[in-house]
Design a protein around this ligand. Structure first.
Ligand code: NCD
Length: 335
């Protein structure tokens, strides 16, 4: 039984296996005989049941997992507002809650309010548990979707530079993707741009950059480049123009700002603002650059950027369906 709680649960063979299936399904979906694909998939997980237990709002994660399970012929039950409508509201522990529901189903997808809760739930669960996001912690399946989208656009890249812009510090998608990318010898640079209250800082007070260096060292005895890391507290045009192939935007994670100290939130109580990727800044990128965003977006990514040829975030969201079909099938049929 395999849980997917963090990036550490995804080894490279497993990722290759999932991506090969996702690629095949995406390609066949675009082909005119796509109905054959859905027919074929529709018996794979027949009589299997997935429970979605979500303690935080979600659109893409929950619905694409539920769609994936449905296309695979399985069934889905769950709650989209477990914080309000499950027995956690009555004081039940996460461990008891997941121990019980794991007796009702074959797989669980959970989204949690607090970092670490996904691991507690998995330890109590008798069936595989997928972490659909735990507080500021991790969002491993989003990182798979992000990596899948990157590899689609840059299949043979050797020297890739990724610039994370926005609320890097509180974004579990940034943490998971950066941890995943740190493993690969073809990633040569990661830049983190954001206001200092919501970004990793040059003094690495968060310790996250140190962790990335360690991941890179563990995976890359023969790394041809040593990965460079840069933390900037302004939207530096030179970084975008000369040191970026991919921009990964994130919204302000305002629901997590109760963690900020009063000095970090400015005197009038206004939240730290986020940088805006204007069409002009997007146009500084190389022509074959890529703009990703896990979505939902707010003001940081204006709709004027949607027509930019580098914008790939809606395709990225659609890739979620294929990656999650492949993931559920791999976990339940192929391991
Ligand atoms: C992200 C999340 O929940 O962390 N959304 C998603 O799953 N695609 C990003 C976010 O909420 O900002």
């Amino acid at each position: 039984m395999k849980h997917i709680i963090s990036i550490d649960d995804l080894d490279l063979d497993f990722i290759d296996q999932v991506f090969a299936l996702a690629e095949e399904y995406k390609e066949r979906r675009q082909y005119r005989f796509w109905a054959n694909l859905w027919n074929e998939l529709s018996v794979r997980l027949r009589h299997r049941l997935m429970i979605t237990d979500f303690f935080e709002p979600s659109t893409r994660t929950r619905l694409s997992f539920e769609a994936a399970m449905t296309y695979l012929g399985g069934n889905v039950i769950g709650t989209e507002n477990a914080a309000e409508f499950s027995s956690i509201k009555k004081g039940e522990s996460i461990a008891d809650n997941f121990r019980v529901i794991s007796g009702y189903c074959d797989i669980i997808v959970g989204r949690f309010l607090n970092e670490g809760d996904a691991r507690i739930a998995a330890d109590a669960s008798m069936v595989p548990l997928i972490n659909g996001g735990d507080g500021m912690g991790e969002h491993p399946t989003q990182a798979l979707i992000d990596l899948f989208s990157i590899k689609e656009k840059f299949p043979d890249v050797k020297d890739l530079r990724v610039t994370f812009i926005g609320d890097n510090k509180h974004s579990r998608t940034v943490r998971s993707l950066a941890r995943l990318l740190a493993r690969f010898p073809w990633v040569s640079k990661m830049n983190f741009i954001g206001r200092p209250e919501i970004n990793f800082t040059a003094d690495d007070s968060d310790g996250f950059i140190h962790e990335l260096v360690q991941i890179s060292n563990n995976y890359n005895e023969y790394h041809p480049y040593s990965i460079g890391f840069l933390c900037e507290d302004w939207l530096n045009p030179d970084t975008i123009k000369n040191h970026t192939d991919i921009i990964y935007m994130t919204r302000s994670q305002t629901e997590r700002y109760s963690n900020l100290t009063s000095e970090q939130v400015n005197v009038k109580g206004i939240q730290p603002s986020n940088f805006v990727l204007t069409p002009e800044i997007a146009n500084l990128m190389p022509d074959n650059g890529l703009i990703l965003h896990p979505l939902p977006r707010t003001t940081e990514l204006p709709i004027e950027v949607d027509n930019n040829p580098r914008a790939y975030y809606f395709q990225q969201a659609h890739n979620g369906l294929f990656v999650r079909i492949a993931l559920l099938e791999t976990l339940l049929c192929r391991l």
